[in-house]
Design a protein. Sequence first.
Length: 222
Amino acid sequence: MVIPALNEAGHLPALLADLAMAPAGLIESCLVVDGGSSDGSPSLSGLAGARVMQAPGGRGCQLAAGVARSRAAWLLLLHGDLRLAPGWCSAVQRAMAAPEAAWCFRLQIQGAGPVLRLVELGVRMRSGLGQLPYGDQGLLLPRRLLERAGGLRALPLMEDLDLILRLRQLGPIHDLGLPVQVDGRRWRRLGVWGTAWRNARLRRDWRRGVDPAALAARYYQL
C-alpha cells in the first residue's frame, strides 16, 4: 500500500480509517509518502498507524520512492484524498486470487449534479473500452507485473499515464467493480469543463514531449 500525499491532513485520516477495516494479512504495510506537507499530514498518518517517509519532487517521485521502499508482492496505489467504498476488501481479495493482472476502481467525484455524473460515466468508458484509467482511480497490481512493465518512473506529473500505457501492452486492466470517491475541490474551483479542458491540454502536451516538470508547475499552481 503506497499513498503519496501533500497537505492532505483533511483527507488522510478518513482514508486510513477505511484501510484499517482490512482483515489481518490483506495489507502487509501502509506507507504514506509525504512530499513536504506543512499541515501535519505526516504526524496524522503516523498516529493512524501508517509508516511515513519523505520524498519531494511530485507525486510520481513519491510513488516511485514508496514502491522501492515497500517489499509487498501486491501494490495498492492510492492518492491521499480518496475514500474507499464498503466492500473494497472483498474486491481486492478477489482480484488477488485471480490470474495476474492490473486492476482499478471506478471514479466517483465528491459533489452533486448531473455534469459530474456525466464525467464519471466518461471516465468509466475511457477506463473500460479505452483501457486508460488514471491514478485518481487507484491502481492494484502485482509487483511482478509492475517490474515487467518497466517499473514506476519518478516523474513529477503524468506518472500514471506513463505507467498505464505500458501496463496495457501486457494485458487488460480490470475493473474492481467499486468506486473510490475523490475530493471535488479542483472541479469546484475550475469548474467541470475547465478542469476537463485543463487536464486534456496537460495530457496533449505530455504526449508532445513537454517536460513533465513544466507540466507539474502548471498543474500545481492552480
